[in-house]
Design a protein. Sequence first.
Length: 376
Amino acid sequence: MRQLRWKVVSALVLAVPLLLCSSVAASASTGAFSVTGSPNQGTSTNELLGAAADSAADAWSVGYYQSAFCVCSQRTLSEHWNGTGWSVVSTPNPATNGGDYDVLKGVTAVSSTNAWAAGYAGNVSDLADRSLIEHWNGTAWSVVPSPDPSTTQDLYGVASASSSDVWAVGESFNQSPYKYGALIAHWNGTSWSAVPNPATTALYGVAALASNNAWAVGGSQILHWNGAAWSLVASPQGSYDLESVTAASSSNVWAVGYAEISSGEGYYYRPLIEHWNGSTWSIVGDASGYGQGYLFGVTAASATSVWAVGDIDGLSFAEKWNGAQWVRVPTPNVGTSNNTFQAVAANSGNVWAAGEWYQAASPYNAQTLVEECGGC
């Protein structure tokens, strides 16, 4: 079960390698984000982990909330934007007994009456997580049977090319015979099924362009779907973790995450951006300067409007690719620290970044954070 991301940063920070630094603008006159009120369930932790937008008046963010103090009480959380505000939309929880948890990690919107969310459900005393897929029909969310081919499996990302072509990715572990790798599931318009893949690590992000063109990323691996099979594609080498992928076109694909950089006896993390030009993947400098941090989400509204989000030095961070370079776009922070964007969604005129912020006073828990950049 992949829960919260623990961020361990060494105090021994040396100069950041030039390959991961950038001389691009630190800010841009492309507008700015503002906090839009997002509700919370209960009085404990709430986090938003996935986001998707169908239009300026139809956006989703999903994650989980804790119905009690312990981590085993996580329950699915879904919030909807109707053009004027965010509201909680009820989602089913298949595991609600003592020690159970239910989490939604990703969401995709095909239309206002067709959206998919993916995650996992399980029990804190049992290593056998089950994949969780839920569908929105315009009226309500419902659980749809999902493939569970192994001892345990979790889904972390979902993307759609059409109503009959939806992908979900995550990780899978089998005890006998021992095998660890990725779970890739596909919706063909009728049912979900597991699709063989060569990944040897968990996959956290997926992007779908067409029935013969999809991408999935996780760890240092990148996979491509050509309509018949998934295959590994060579990517820049290094110690890094890719978290999300998006595509503006077949020759314009972006993946983001973070690099782990050795420093003395420890290490620290730097944002990482990779680009596919139709032939090869290459590392592209970002706009984070010399701060330490991560990128967790990326989305493409167009070739000149690609957005990446995460956090730098514990504060929310967003940057935009304008067709020539990455530029930082200002984001406000609730409180003074621990603001993180986990996901981003965009259409032609609006961008939403979703995640969490931590209360610095009792009860010291996370609360939802959604920011919008209108006219960006």
